[in-house]
Design a protein around this ligand. Structure first.
Ligand SMILES: [Zn+2]
Length: 469
């Protein structure tokens, strides 16, 4: 990502570079961007007003504080999620937004129940863990077996049938989220293939203070379903040392995890109706559900509040754009994506009228700009780069070479240009999906900067007389 971002940056600043590549260069010649059609001078005043208003308001932080402290975490199927949805609808109507409504979605209802992990031998000890979302539970008496620790799938494959009847512990070091999350997603079924009775996965994080990270896992339908939980880096390393010394650590895993019947939930929708082209839509949003630990502050309460505050602020400033800006707070991103799928299905007829969809789901740290899906038309990229200049004063003027979001991915498959609000991700995976994703990790000024960034981009795209693509 870093390389591609730099590459596009250079391409924009020095368009002639593409032509200067030496013959036989392995770097493919990039297509130069067309000149932007948007004229940003007419938006400088509005951008300054938006940024000023966002940075002098504590409204976004106060709302995130209510969501996190008074409602709390919001897993699909929980009362908390439905309380959050009801609260948002009431408040959005109070904000005077247009077309405030819910759109019903049936969501999976996974419950964690009680759970524990202990070492029985060679030394009795309680171990920090969190069951992975979608996992099956253990029998009531738990599963007791010897642990076998591997650092990779390759190491597991070398052991093969030797793990039969055992608990496989994956102690894979964090490389990056996309690469390492494979152990969380597929570790259970890969171990079950060789007869393992349960699996434990080192948390997908670069750092740890004994904090286990949950997250979704998937079963391969061809393999037996075995229970799977996350352990902390500390526990994984401890078990690795035991394993390497030949101590044959014996573990007892207990999990009550199970699925209840699907529950009724909803996407939350509110708009600023466009003044001239109300049927053309810019969608902005985040996912309202979270995991069942912590407060879902960065993931993704913050992203929801950023989108919501964008339209509240524009309304307060009397800025009604030509096109409609639609906020969607998606339900069930974490363990099903039913909200994003349902939105796509319910709005199929107007998908072609979706000009741009922006998801904010990377935490609400200092914004750097946006990531635009790499398949977006070059004219869209050129225009977003031009509009982002309005954000150079707050350092949020990058348009990265790729982007998008889980909830908007069904729309993107239909050709809607998708983007992500990109932020400084240095510390996101420290707390992601943990008990530590709480409001104290959110910096109010960085949250306000995220609002300013989203609002300037959404307003300008929604209002520009020219076509975005
Ligand atoms: Zn998220």
């Amino acid at each position: 990502m870093g390389f591609l971002r730099l590459f596009v940056f250079i391409l924009i600043l020095v368009p002639s570079m593409a032509a200067q590549q030496p013959p036989g260069s392995p770097t493919p010649t990039p297509t130069p961007l067309p000149p932007p059609t948007v004229k940003i001078d007419r938006y400088r005043d509005a951008a300054a007003r938006i940024i000023g208003a966002a940075l002098t308001s504590d409204h976004a932080y106060a709302r995130l504080a209510h969501l996190t402290d008074h409602i709390g975490n919001r897993i699909s199927g929980s009362q908390n999620l439905e309380r959050a949805i009801a609260w948002a609808i009431t408040e959005m109507k109070r904000d005077g937004l247009d077309n405030v409504r819910t759109e019903k979605v049936m969501v999976p209802h996974w419950v964690r129940g009680e759970e524990s992990l202990e070492m029985l031998a060679p030394v009795p000890r309680k171990l920090q863990m969190l069951g992975l979302g979608n996992s099956v539970g253990t029998p009531a008496e738990g599963i007791t077996a010897e642990a076998v620790v591997v650092r990779s799938f390759a190491e597991l494959d070398r052991l093969g049938e030797q793990v039969r009847g055992k608990i496989v512990v994956y102690n894979a070091p964090f490389v990056n989220y996309g690469a390492t999350v494979e152990y969380r997603l597929r570790g259970a079924s890969r171990a079950a293939r060789y007869g393992a009775v349960a699996a434990l996965v080192r948390s997908i994080t670069p750092v740890s203070l004994q904090t286990p990270h949950t997250g979704a896992m998937n079963y391969d339908p061809e393999q037996p379903k075995i229970p799977v939980a996350a352990v902390t880096i500390e526990v994984a390393q401890f078990l690795q040392r035991m394993n390497d010394r030949g101590d044959h650590p014996r573990l007892k895993l207990k999990m009550e995890a199970k699925f209840l019947p699907d529950a009724e939930s909803a996407n939350v929708i509110a708009e600023i109706k466009g003044s001239e082209k109300p049927d053309e839509v810019i969608v902005i949003g985040g996912h309202f559900d979270s995991w069942d630990v912590g407060q879902g502050a960065h993931d993704d309460g913050g992203g929801c509040i950023v989108a919501w505050e964008t339209v509240r602020l524009l309304k307060e400033l009397g800025l009604r754009p030509r096109r409609t800006i639609r906020v969607v707070l998606w339900t069930n991103e974490e363990n099903g994506l039913r909200g994003g799928t349902a939105y796509h299905d319910a709005h199929k007829a107007e998908i072609a009228k979706h000009i741009l969809a922006i998801e904010s789901d990377s935490g609400v740290y200092r914004p750097e700009g946006f990531g635009l899906v790499d398949t977006a038309p070059l004219q869209v990229r050129s225009n977003l780069l031009e509009i982002a200049k309005l954000l150079s004063g707050i350092g949020a003027d990058q348009i990265a070479a790729d982007g998008g979001g889980a909830d908007i991915s069904p729309m993107m498959h239909d050709g809607v240009a998708g983007a992500s609000l990109d932020v400084d991700g240095t510390h996101y995976f420290d707390i992601h999906h943990t008990h530590a994703d709480t409001l104290d990790k959110v910096n109010p000024r960085e949250l306000a900067l995220c609002v300013a960034t989203m609002a300037v981009m959404a307003y300008t795209v929604a209002d520009m007389p020219e076509s975005l693509k």
